[in-house]
Design a protein around this ligand. Structure first.
Ligand SMILES: Cc1cc2nc3c(=O)[nH]c(=O)nc-3n(C[C@H](O)[C@H](O)[C@H](O)COP(=O)(O)O)c2cc1C
Length: 190
């Protein structure tokens, strides 16, 4: 077996691609974040690693609230665009034609076209070098009805996409079903 060492790298393959929504000086802003994940189950929580200079972080600090919106492959161009311009310079909502709505948290803008939307309150801000790790407590989740199967969110209908940096930074679709979790390995139990 031959392995090449790369030194310490934050390489979790794959990374989700989400659009984080914030209200900055009263205006909705959205940007893609791939360094994010589930942070806990009780309370339900997510984490996003946000560079200190992001307009997004300004909104998070102003309101102690944000949203996580899961774009489907239909929004791949808009998502990528939102990662190349700052809300400090552009009106990304207008440029992308996002339909913005609000749930219970009036300072966490949500995108109607994204099949899954999570409203979050800031639980912790943790300084991790060049990033601020934002931990959000999820206070409500919204799922488009046409993305449900038997009343539950269905990844094959949500059609999210993932981000990876290698071999070139790019997006991949989520592929076919391989088996049932907590089931496919059962035959290996003694
Ligand atoms: C696919 C993708 C993933 C990204 N992930 C992150 C991330 O995890 N953390 C981060 O600070 N910036 C990330 N960025 C960069 C921000 O999205 C980008 O700087 C954006 O323009 C910030 O917008 P804002 O200034 O309106 O907050 C990512 C960009 C792309 C295209």
């Amino acid at each position: 077996m031959t392995k090449k060492e790369f030194g310490p790298q934050p390489w979790l393959f794959p990374s989700p691609t989400v659009l984080v929504g914030t209200l900055v000086d009263g205006k909705a802003d959205f940007a893609p974040y791939a360094w994010c994940g589930i942070a806990g189950g009780e309370p339900p929580a997510v984490s996003v690693a946000v560079r200190h200079q992001r307009h997004t972080l300004k909104g998070i600090r102003q309101n102690r609230a944000f949203s996580v919106n899961i774009p489907s492959v239909d929004l791949i161009r808009e998502t990528d665009y939102c990662g190349m311009v700052s809300g400090a310079q552009a009106d990304k909502v207008k440029d992308c034609g996002f339909k913005v709505y609000y749930g219970g948290l009036k300072t966490a803008p949500l995108i109607e076209q994204c099949p899954v939307n999570l409203e979050c309150e800031v639980l912790h801000l943790l300084n991790v070098g060049i990033h601020m790790l934002v931990i959000g407590k999820i206070i409500q989740s919204h799922v488009s009805e046409d993305c449900l199967t038997d009343g539950q969110p269905d990844i094959m209908k949500i059609r999210p996409f993932v981000y990876s940096r290698g071999p070139a930074a790019r997006y991949n679709a989520v592929g076919e079903v391989l088996g049932r979790a907590y089931d496919i390995g059962k035959g290996m139990k003694q």
